[in-house]
Design a protein around this ligand. Structure first.
Ligand code: NAP
Length: 274
C-alpha cells in the first residue's frame, strides 16, 4: 500500500515511515525538505498520486497562537482537497488526548480546528489521540520554567514512548478508517510533577520541581483527569523506567548537563505545546 506520511521526517513521522516500510508498505516521507509542503500545497499532488492512505503527523514550526491556527487549518484544508482529487481512501491524523478539554490553549484550539475539518470532510478518517510523549518532557520543562524552578501540575497523565506512538499510528493507518477517535496511551499513570522530578534526579540534573496547582498547561486550566485517556485506550508496551535507563546510557557524563536539555537533543530548538 502507498502511504504518504506528512511530517515524515519528524520525531513520530520518521519512526512511522520505518515501521511501515518494515511491513512492506511504500511509505513516503513528506515534509518541506523532501519537497512537500502541506501549508503551501507544494509537491502534494505528485506525492499523493496513487496513495491509499495519508497520515498527518506534522506539527507547526511556530507555537505562536495565530501561526499555529493558520498552520493546522491551511495544511489540513490543502491535504483534504488534494486527497479528494487523488481518491485517497483514508486520512489519519495524530492529535492529543484531552484536546477537546484544553480549548483555553491556543495550540489546542488549532488542533480542535484541525479535527473539525477532518470530521466535516468527505474523506474516511481516523483521528489518533495520543497521550504526551516521554520525549516531550523536555518541551514540558521548557514551558514550565519560572525563575529558576519548574512549576508543574501535580495531576495525572499517562505518557508513552514515541516508538509506541509510531506503532499505534501504523496499526491504525493500515486498518480500515474508524471515522472517529482512537485513544492510545502509555502502560502506566504518573503525576506530572513527580515524573519530571524522577527524570531530573536520574539524569543528575539539580533543577528543582515545584508542585503548583495553578501552573496550567500551555495556558489551559487542567484538572486531575484532563490529560488521561478514557476507559479503553490502546496501550503501548514501553515502560518509563526502561525508556529512561536507555536514555541515560546515551548521555555523556557532564557535571553541567541539564537532563531535560539532553532528553530531546535530536530536536533542539523545537519548542511546542505538545
Ligand atoms: N508532543 C506530544 O507529547 C504529543 C502528544 C500527542 C500528539 N502529538 C502530536 O504529534 C504530532 C507530531 O509531533 P512530533 O513531535 O513528531 O513533531 P515534530 O518532530 O516537530 O515533526 C514535525 C514534522 O512536521 C513537518 N512539517 C513542518 N511544517 C510542514 C509543512 N509545511 N509541510 C509538511 N510538513 C511539515 C516537519 O518537517 P521539517 O522537520 O522539515 O520542518 C516534521 O517532519 C503533532 O501534530 C502533535 O500535535 C504530540
Amino acid at each position: 500500500m502507498k502511504i504518504v506520511v506528512i511530517g515524515g521526517t519528524g520525531l513520530i513521522g520518521s519512526k512511522l515511515v520505518n515501521k511501515l516500510r518494515e511491513h512492506g508498505h511504500e511509505a513516503v516521507a513528506a515534509a518541506p525538505n523532501t519537497g512537500v509542503n502541506s501549508l503551501t500545497g507544494e509537491g502534494l499532488a505528485e506525492a499523493l498520486k496513487d496513495a491509499s492512505v495519508v497520515v498527518d503527523v506534522s506539527n507547526s514550526p511556530s507555537r505562536e497562537e495565530a501561526a499555529v491556527l493558520k498552520f493546522f487549518e491551511t495544511s489540513t484544508r490543502n491535504l483534504l482537497t488534494h486527497e479528494a482529487a487523488a481518491r485517497v481512501g483514508h486520512h489519519v491524523a495524530l492529535s492529543v488526548v484531552g484536546t477537546d478539554r484544553l480549548a483555553e490553549s491556543g495550540y489546542f484550539r488549532a488542533k480542535i480546528a484541525q479535527e473539525k475539518l477532518i470530521k466535516e470532510s468527505s474523506i474516511p478518517y481516523s483521528i489518533v489521540h495520543a497521550t504526551q510523549f516521554f520525549e516531550f518532557l523536555k518541551g514540558l520543562a521548557d514551558i514550565s520554567l519560572v525563575g529558576d524552578k519548574l512549576h508543574l501540575l501535580p495531576v495525572l497523565f499517562q505518557p508513552m514512548a514515541a516508538d509506541d506512538v509510531a506503532s499505534g499510528v501504523a496499526r491504525i493507518a493500515v486498518g480500515p478508517p474508524v471515522n472517529g477517535i482512537v485513544e492510545i496511551g502509555g502502560p502506566e499513570k504518573f503525576r506530572v510533577d513527580e515524573l519530571v522530578r524522577r527524570c531530573l534526579v536520574s539524569l543528575k540534573d539539580p533543577l528543582e520541581v515545584m508542585a503548583d496547582s495553578n501552573a496550567g498547561y500551555d495556558g489551559a486550566k487542567v484538572s486531575e483527569k484532563t490529560q488521561l485517556p478514557g476507559n479503553h485506550p490502546r496501550l503501548g508496551e514501553i515502560r518509563f523506567e526502561s525508556w529512561l535507563s536507555q536514555l541515560a546510557t546515551q548521555i555523556p557524563a557532564h557535571p553541567q548537563a541539564r537532563g531535560v536539555g539532553v532528553m530531546t537533543k535530536e530536536k533542539e530548538g523545537h519548542k511546542k505545546a505538545s
